[in-house]
Design a protein around this ligand. Structure first.
Ligand SMILES: Nc1ncnc2c1ncn2[C@@H]1O[C@H](COP(=O)(O)OP(=O)(O)OP(=O)(O)O)[C@@H](O)[C@H]1O
Ligand SMILES: [Mg+2]
Length: 283
């Protein structure tokens, strides 16, 4: 069974003449780490909203095609049922933060699900340890830094133990160090718990090397769906409006100068390895 299966999905927001998604078909396996990027207005957030039922339940509009999540048809499930399978982290942590203390915030979703108190506190402690926010449990959410708030937002999703984590530009409000920490954490959840990850990002530093798949959404369509290695071999991704990390730009510049590295470097360390290999071959 796929974690997510999207078939021929076309969607129009209410009163819109042009569709926000056109004929989107995607299968995402359990345990995959999928990175989605592409130009602004391409339809990335719209796709995320289809995965947890916000579309069409809250947004309305016209939808055709089929979306299933862990085998459940999204159109016949409530958003609260779906929240057990798909956890969604939005761009602004403030959108998600409603309660006073960190502990109350983490308990909120579990209270709604009717989870017993003992089990609730066990899960909260577990997630707080994982996120390294144990010392913040009694603090008020408002007084935390945006990096800490984003961790709390993620924590409030993780306590529900979803099989799939969907993150829509989770690092956009964070400084580079907190952004990198967050990506590391997501990669850890993927690696150690086998959690399926769907993450939308504009800045591709640090994350390309973690992803199994790179999907570019442009004009509501899936324009590219390949491994990062394959996708970045040509300049196609750049032409589609994605901003590439410096190492990948350098790879293309070197190719144009006649130095073809066997693999596309996705990090500075990988670039160094590739260059050393190329120099040994030259001498
Ligand atoms: N609530 C809405 N009502 C009507 N149209 C919308 C709504 N949200 C998005 N759209 C339109 O749907 C299309 C896709 O937008 P979407 O927000 O999904 O793009 P995106 O790829 O997430 O962009 P960004 O990178 O800027 O976040 C755009 O044309 C946008 O104007
Ligand atoms: Mg968006």
């Amino acid at each position: 069974m796929n974690a997510i299966s999207v078939k021929d999905l076309t969607y129009y927001y209410p009163k819109r003449r042009d569709p926000a998604l056109v004929d989107v078909t995607l299968d995402i396996n359990k345990g995959e780490f999928v990175l989605i990027t592409g130009p602004s207005g391409g339809g990335k957030s719209t796709l995320c909203r289809c995965l947890n039922g916000l579309i069409p339940t809250f947004y309305g509009g016209k939808i055709s095609g089929k979306v299933t999540v862990m085998g459940i048809d999204v159109s016949s499930a409530t958003t609260s049922e779906l929240s057990r399978y798909v956890g969604m982290v939005f761009q602004n942590p403030e959108d998600q933060i409603t309660r006073m203390s960190v502990e109350a915030e983490l308990a909120f979703g579990l209270e709604n699900l009717g989870v017993e108190r003992e089990e609730m506190y066990k899960r909260i402690r577990e997630v707080a340890r994982l996120l390294r926010i144990e010392n913040l449990l009694n603090r008020s959410v408002e007084e935390l830094s945006s990096g800490q708030q984003q961790k709390v937002a993620i924590g409030s999703i993780l306590v529900m133990r979803p099989e799939i984590l969907v993150l829509d530009e989770p690092t956009s409000e964070l400084d580079p160090k907190s952004a990198q920490d967050l990506i590391e954490l997501v990669a850890q959840l993927n690696r150690e718990l086998g959690m399926t990850i769907v993450i939308v990002e504009h800045r591709l530093n640090f994350i390309l090397e973690k992803a199994d798949r790179l999907i570019i959404i442009n004009g509501g369509r899936v324009a590219v769906d390949k491994s990062p290695q394959e996708a970045l071999r040509s300049r196609e991704v750049e032409r589609l409006g994605a901003s590439l990390p410096k190492v990948v730009q350098l790879y293309h510049a070197l190719s144009e100068m006649g130095l073809n590295l066997p693999r596309v470097p996705l990090s500075v360390e990988q670039l160094e390895t590739e260059l050393r290999g190329a120099l040994i071959r030259v001498h």
